[in-house]
Ligand binder design. Structure first.
Ligand SMILES: NC(=O)c1ccc[n+]([C@@H]2O[C@H](COP(=O)([O-])OP(=O)(O)OC[C@H]3O[C@@H](n4cnc5c(N)ncnc54)[C@H](OP(=O)(O)O)[C@@H]3O)[C@@H](O)[C@H]2O)c1
Length: 291
């Protein structure tokens, strides 16, 4: 393990956890709460969200709030972005872990394939809608929780909604991690003058709600059953949010869960730029203007 780094000032700083009511998001929220941060937890279940906020208060949070919202829909993303803006004028960090089990190809009310909607589009849209608030803190950090998806699952930018290709669970789920990497690479390039750093921390099988859900394929549930704890898997994300220095952090991925080794993303620059434009267009067609 690498030595513990110096930490930034976390006490009283503002952090948002999209999908923070259970699993790794909750574990990270409690770790930041324990350092005196103000935390906002986003998820759908009022019960889980309020319980996580209460646990954050007990852990020592300067404040802990819950915002209920469904990030798989465009309306939900807009509602949550407004709620986050109303929460605090400046954000020091956001962590994305929102995900839920699903079976077969599902299409959202906005016409998006489900994993694309929740695990790619919501993240990219929220980052773009909140980047000003992150920059306003002078040191905004964006962390995506991901899996280290092999190139085999490279998404097809001409068929993001699986209209021409045959849909497959792993193709869809793991492809969204690669879309997230492309977003991080492109956003880091576009926002290089802003005090905002983006990274993805990959984790191995972890025992969490989504992984143990009966709607998940058996192989996923099996991995979840023998997976590590959310607290251990969230460690790199916590460090990315709290360490003092962001030097060489933006535009990286941490592929190995047990080491803190940010590696610069070197995906195809043309693909990264194209995905950014496709995302802008998909949002605009549905009435959402992304900066
Ligand atoms: N666990 C693993 O083995 C593993 C491995 C690799 C990568 N990952 C990544 O880790 C993330 C999942 O985290 P986790 O495993 O800790 O899962 P988890 O415990 O199931 O947490 C998922 C969180 O997302 C929220 N959520 C689900 N659907 C939502 C929606 N439509 N809108 C808003 N919030 C929603 C859930 O709360 P509600 O249900 O109340 O909304 C919950 O707070 C995903 O990005 C996944 O790809 C996990």
């Amino acid at each position: 393990m690498t030595a513990s780094p110096a930490e930034r000032k976390v006490r009283g700083s503002n952090f948002v956890f999209f999908g923070g009511s259970t699993g790794m998001g909750r574990a990270a929220a409690l770790a930041l709460a324990g350092r005196g941060a103000s935390v906002l937890i986003v998820g759908r279940s009022e019960k889980d969200g309020q319980a996580a906020a209460e646990a954050a208060r007990v852990a020592g949070a300067a404040s802990a709030d819950f915002l209920a919202g469904d990030l798989s829909t465009m309306a939900g993303i807009q509602y949550v972005a407004e709620g986050v803006r109303a929460w605090r004028p400046a954000l020091h960090g956001v962590l994305h872990t929102a995900m839920t089990a699903f079976q077969g190809k599902q299409v959202t009310a906005d016409g998006f394939e489900f994993a694309f909607a929740l695990q790619y589009f919501a993240r990219a849209a929220l980052n773009r809608l909140l980047v000003e608030r992150l920059a306003a803190s002078g040191d905004g950090r964006i962390v995506h929780l991901a899996g280290d998806a092999p190139g085999l699952f490279k998404p097809d930018l001409d068929d993001l909604q699986f209209e021409r290709r045959k849909w497959g669970f792993y193709k869809s789920l793991l492809g969204t991690h690669i879309l997230g990497f492309l977003h991080i690479q492109e956003a880091a390039r576009r926002w290089r003058e802003l005090p905002v750093a983006l990274t993805a921390t990959c984790v191995g099988p972890t025992k969490t709600k989504a992984m143990l859900d009966p709607r998940m394929p058996l192989s996923m549930r099996f991995m979840g059953l023998f997976g590590t704890t959310p607290e251990v898997s969230a460690a790199n994300a916590v460090r990315a949010l709290t360490q003092a220095s962001v030097q060489r952090l933006s535009g990286t991925v941490l592929r190995r869960p047990k080491r803190f080794e940010p590696q610069a993303l070197r995906l195809d620059c043309g693909d990264a730029a194209r995905l950014w434009d496709i995302t802008t267009e998909l949002a605009a067609q549905r009435g959402l203007r992304l900066p």
